[in-house]
Design a binder for this molecule. Structure first.
Ligand SMILES: NCc1[nH]cc(CCC(=O)O)c1CC(=O)O
Ligand SMILES: [Mg+2]
Length: 353
C-alpha cells in the first residue's frame, strides 16, 4: 500500500488570471507565505538541517555465524552475529555515519543475578568492538554501560531484597566500562541512571590510562513505555520483573533533568543525552540552552516502531515521517541522534546530495 503524497504546488509570481474565485486582496503588509512560495525560497530561509554527521546507529549483536534475525517489533531492524555487525559497520563507514552503538542479546544461560557476563572481556560486545575496530578503525564505537542485557532479572543494577543497590552497582559498572575500553570502545555510555557512576567511571578510565575514551552519559533518562521493542531485541522483556522507576526518571519532570545533567557534567561527562526523544523535546531544548554541551537524544525503539510500523501498514509516509522526526530533534537543539533509522536516513541524505 503505497502512500501518494502531493506533487509540489508552488505559488506563481505572475499576476493571477481572472477567475471566479478572484476577490479584492486583503490589505496585508506582511504575508509570511511569501517565504514559502517555492522550494528555492524555502531552502533559503531554512533554519535547521539534518546531516549524516548527526547520526549514531544502534545495532543489536547476538551469538552465532552469518545470521541476521529480524526483531519482530522493529520492522527493518535485525539482530546481527558479529560478522554481520562488521558488515553493517562497513555500510556505516561507506555512508559516512560517524558512530555506531552496540547492544548485546545475551544467551539466557549466560544471564545471572549479578550480570557477570558484563565483565567477560570476551563477551559479545567486546568481540564486536574488536572485530569492527580491526576492519574499520575510523568509525566511532559507543558501548552502553548497564547490566540489564546480562541480568536474569532484567534490571540495570544489582538487587537485594527487591531494592536496586546504587553504590554496589556503580562498582560493577566501573569494571564493565574498563572491559569495554580495553576492547577498544571509543565512547562509554552509561545508561543505568545510578547516582555517581559517571565520576566513578571517569576516575577509573583515567587511572587505567584511557584518557581519551569519552563518556556520553544517558543523563536524563526517563522510565518509559517506549523501550518495549528494545527489551524484545535484547531479550529482557520476558525476564524483567517490575519496572525501573526507582532509578529512571519520572516523565512528569524536567527541572530534575537539569539537575541530573548538571551532575553528570560535573562528574566528567563529555557529552550528555536525553532519552527517549520525541516525547521529551522540551527537555532537549532546556538542556542545550542551559549547559551548551554536546547534547544528544535517543530516538528509542518504541518511537522507531511507531513510525516503521505505521509506514509498513501504509498509514503514514515512512520516509517523510522519519526525516521530520529527525529534523525535530535538531530544531530542539540536539547535536546528534541515536536512531535505528540511521542507515536509511543516511542513504536518503546521500541520494539527495
Ligand atoms: N539500560 C539499557 C538500555 N539502554 C538503551 C535502552 C533503550 C533503547 C531503546 O528503547 O531503543 C535501554 C532500555 C532500558 O533502560 O530498559
Ligand atoms: Mg544521574
Amino acid at each position: 500500500m503505497a502512500i501518494k503524497f502531493g506533487r509540489p504546488i508552488e505559488m506563481r509570481d505572475a499576476p493571477r488570471r481572472q477567475s471566479a474565485l478572484a476577490s479584492t486582496p486583503l490589505d496585508l503588509t506582511i504575508r509570511p507565505r511569501r517565504n514559502r512560495k517555492a522550494e528555492w525560497a524555502r531552502r533559503l530561509v531554512r533554519e535547521n538541517v539534518l546531516t549524516t554527521d548527526d547520526l549514531i546507529w544502534p545495532m543489536f549483536v547476538v551469538d552465532g555465524h552469518n545470521t541476521r534475525t529480524p526483531v519482530a517489533s522493529m520492522p527493518g531492524v535485525d539482530r546481527l552475529t558479529v560478522d554481520q555487525a562488521v558488515r553493517d559497520a562497513e555500510r556505516a563507514a561507506k555512508l559516512n555515519i560517524p558512530c555506531i552503538a552496540l547492544f548485546p542479546y545475551t544467551e539466557p544461560s549466560l544471564r545471572d543475578e549479578h550480570g557477570s557476563e558484563a565483565l567477560n572481556p570476551n563477551n559479545l560486545v567486546c568481540q564486536s568492538v574488536r572485530a569492527i575496530k580491526k576492519e574499520f578503525p575510523e568509525i566511532g564505537v559507543l558501548c552502553d554501560v548497564a547490566l540489564d542485557p546480562f541480568t536474569s532479572h532484567g534490571h540495570d543494577g544489582l538487587i537485594e531484597d527487591g531494592k536496586i543497590l546504587n553504590d554496589e552497582t556503580v562498582a560493577v559498572l566501573v569494571k564493565q566500562a574498563l572491559v569495554q575500553a580495553e576492547a577498544g570502545c571509543d565512547v562509554i555510555a552509561p545508561s543505568d541512571m545510578m547516582d555517581g557512576r559517571v565520576g566513578a567511571i571517569r576516575e577509573a578510565l583515567d587511572e587505567a590510562g584511557f584518557l581519551d575514551v569519552q563518556i556520553m552519559s544517558y543523563a536524563a533518562k526517563y522510565a518509559s513505555a517506549f523501550y518495549g521493542p528494545f527489551r524484545d531485541a535484547i531479550g529482557s522483556a520476558k525476564t524483567l520483573t517490575g519496572d525501573k522507576r526507582t532509578y529512571q526518571m519520572d516523565s512528569a519532570n524536567s527541572d530534575e533533568a537539569l539537575r541530573e545533567v548538571e551532575l553528570d557534567i560535573a562528574e566528567g561527562a563529555d557529552m550528555v543525552m536525553v532519552k527517549p526523544g520525541m516525547p521529551y523535546l522540551d527537555v532537549v531544548r532546556r538542556v542545550k540552552d542551559t549547559f551548551a554541551m554536546p547534547t544528544f537524544v535517543y530516538q528509542v525503539s518504541g518511537e522507531y516502531a511507531m513510525i516503521a510500523g505505521a509506514a509498513a501498514n501504509g498509514w503514514i509516509d515512512g520516509d517523510r515521517a522519519m526525516m521530520e522526526s529527525l529534523l525535530g530533534f535538531k530544531r530542539a537543539g540536539a547535536d546528534g541522534i541515536l536512531t535505528y533509522f540511521a542507515p536509511k536516513a543516511a542513504e536518503k541524505l546521500k541520494a539527495e546530495g
